[in-house]
Design a protein around this ligand. Sequence first.
Ligand code: FES
Length: 61
Amino acid sequence: MFACICCAVSVDEVNAAIDAGADTVDAVSDATYAGTGCGTCHERLEDLIEARCPLAALRVA
Ligand code: FES
């Protein structure tokens, strides 16, 4: 399953980036290129980050 259609980045690739320390959408984008196209997937990337890194949800934007 793709997390980002524009860049053909899978959920597994995003989760691997999160496990390696990417705890923001920008960090996931830097690691995988996910989210660097239309931006529609940013909310999905945030959800994936929060699912694997619950403290990220507490961060003040
Ligand atoms: S779906 Fe991820 S940038 Fe377009």
